[in-house]
Design a protein around this ligand. Structure first.
Ligand SMILES: [Zn+2]
Ligand SMILES: [Zn+2]
Length: 262
């Protein structure tokens, strides 16, 4: 199959938004103008009694995916992060495979993934690449959120005006796939575990899929150092054990190698 050099057959052109923080997308030039509808967004088809009726064109789906992409809040520094573009070192192959299988086979309510391991091993890259695949190639709604920002937002939401609180929390509970990056990072505060537990429990009860990355060791046989459980508490850790398959990424810090899998 011929590959579009602009979008690599993703059908969306991805770029950094005006703020410089997040990625946005629009339908690729290889699909514009639409040969089916001339960019009207709908086509005419005969109904059962032979009358011509307007039907949304398949290119509307592509515009919808571009919107979903922009709503996913993927961080700008992962502009090039795709599953296809990830060139795994030997220690990254099992995790890359797990990410691929997840992205292709995801169905509503599937167990999530918890990527853990030392810094610079590609955890966030793979997490973002999964979301990108789900949104751009499958039209599934997903959302990226950094743990530190999540906690700050949840606190504001829970302590602020009711309307804002409920709409933010609702959107984080309702998105089918949520990626929480850098779980456990930052200064710990007593209210932190409560708001996190609230969100995770609600997603768990609603059978939503949640992905996590963390630099903290997970499980008993890991090297010394503060564990994820010590950071987030026993209750949340045991919830994660029920919700997620663990994917380890321990190895060389790839950021030290110029230009590879940041
Ligand atoms: Zn294209
Ligand atoms: Zn069309």
């Amino acid at each position: 199959m011929h590959e579009c050099p602009l979008c690599k057959n993703e059908l969306l052109r991805v770029e950094v938004d005006a703020t410089g923080d997040a990625l946005i997308a629009r339908p690729c030039a290889c699909r514009v103008p639409c040969a089916l509808c001339g960019n009207r967004g709908f086509t005419f088809e005969p109904d059962a009694s032979g009358y011509s009726v307007a039907k949304p064109c398949s290119c509307e789906g592509l515009r919808g995916r571009a919107r979903l992409f922009s709503e996913a809040h993927l961080p700008a520094r992962y502009l090039e992060a795709t599953l296809e573009g990830f060139k795994p070192a030997p220690f990254q192959r099992p995790a890359h495979h797990a990410a691929y299988v997840f992205a292709r086979e995801y169905v509503d309510g599937r167990r999530g993934l918890l990527f853990y391991g030392n810094c610079g091993t590609g955890k966030t890259h793979l997490g973002v690449a999964i979301l990108r695949h789900l949104v751009a190639r499958r039209g599934i709604r997903a959302r990226f959120v950094e743990f530190k920002h999540l906690i700050a937002e949840l606190r504001e939401a829970f302590s602020g005006v009711d309307g804002r609180a409920s709409s933010l929390v609702r959107s984080l509970v309702e998105v089918p796939v949520l990626l929480v990056d850098e779980l456990g990072k930052g200064a710990r505060r007593e209210w932190e575990q409560d708001v996190l537990d609230e969100l995770i429990s609600r997603r768990y009860n609603a059978r939503r899929t949640t992905l996590f990355t963390t630099n903290y060791p997970v499980g008993g046989s890991e090297p010394a150092g503060e564990t994820l459980e010590a950071r987030i508490g026993v209750r949340i850790q045991s919830r994660l054990d029920e919700m997620c398959d663990k994917v380890v990424l321990n190895g060389e810090d790839m950021r030290r190698r110029a230009g590879r899998n940041p």
